[in-house]
Design a protein around this ligand. Sequence first.
Ligand SMILES: Nc1ncnc2c1ncn2[C@@H]1O[C@H](COP(=O)(O)OP(=O)(O)O)[C@@H](O)[C@H]1O
Ligand SMILES: [Mg+2]
Length: 316
Amino acid sequence: MSTTRHIFVMDPIESIRVDKDSTFALMLEAQRRGHEVLYGLVEDLYMRKGVARSVVRTAHLEPVQGAHARLGEPQDMALADADIVWMRKDPPFDMGYIFNTYLLDLAAQQTLVVNHPAGLRAFNEKAWAMAFPALVPESLITQDQPRLRAFADELGAVVVKPLDGNGGEGVFVLRSDDPNIGVILETSTRHGRRKVLAQRYLPEARQGDKRVIVIDGEPRGACLRVPSGVDHRGNIHAGARVVPAVVDDRDREICAAIGPMLRDAGQIFVGIDVIGGWLTEVNVTSPTCLHEIDAFDRVNLEGEILDAALARRRAS
Ligand SMILES: Nc1ncnc2c1ncn2[C@@H]1O[C@H](COP(=O)(O)OP(=O)(O)O)[C@@H](O)[C@H]1O
Ligand SMILES: [Mg+2]
């Protein structure tokens, strides 16, 4: 039997941090198992005669920053010639990202794409969770500024966030008597032309934003991102510290509700965010925190993810 071949579609490998990057952890795990690891950029994806293809290079990896990837010669290949294609491009989730998923759709007809591209489009990281009102903080999606003001008046304190943001970008905490409320709502809704998510402000956010890694619908590990300094956001990009956390009963309840749908839609590697027991995000595009949880809990989440993907591949 020939070796298992992976293509990792991702951001430029030169600029990743080997001790932080979850894609690198997955690549190393595949290499450890003797699999063939190929690397490509979204820029190199293309379609010809109905076949999604890419220019890829073999990658020999070492967990040594700066010398972490030795790349082979560029080769042109159908994505379906790989056993597993990993879509690990970081957000922004914009039209460019969506166009790439159309090519991945073609590949997914013939091979395993993780996560499944149709799900990458369907599961908006913030809006999809709204289908589970018992799990999410009280929320409003609208572009109507008076409606947003009324919501803030009703709840006293809310957060307002873009539906396509990440890394805490554009996430405002807003009190109903904030003299900036008008300008913040104008800015975030672009003068009423764009929908935003407003949500009850959860004071537990000060203790941290929990990331739960969900593999094939099951919660497998967690960590907590604790805001540092005055910034309210529990995002690593906003300086949050990562500390250990356990998967608790509420996390299991959340996963029991949403896990089967994620699994059935081929969302094998997902990261959900939970603040004070409330589900705030379902990250399907390129979840992170594997290194941190592996180190805290002495587990090998990338191994579990690879196992889940390989089982899926064999079953197909
Ligand atoms: N409902 C909320 N109550 C309090 N803080 C929140 C709430 N929603 C988000 N935050 C804070 O804002 C940060 C970023 O929000 P999030 O919804 O996770 O968006 P992003 O995709 O940008 O990470 C969170 O880590 C948390 O600190
Ligand atoms: Mg977040």
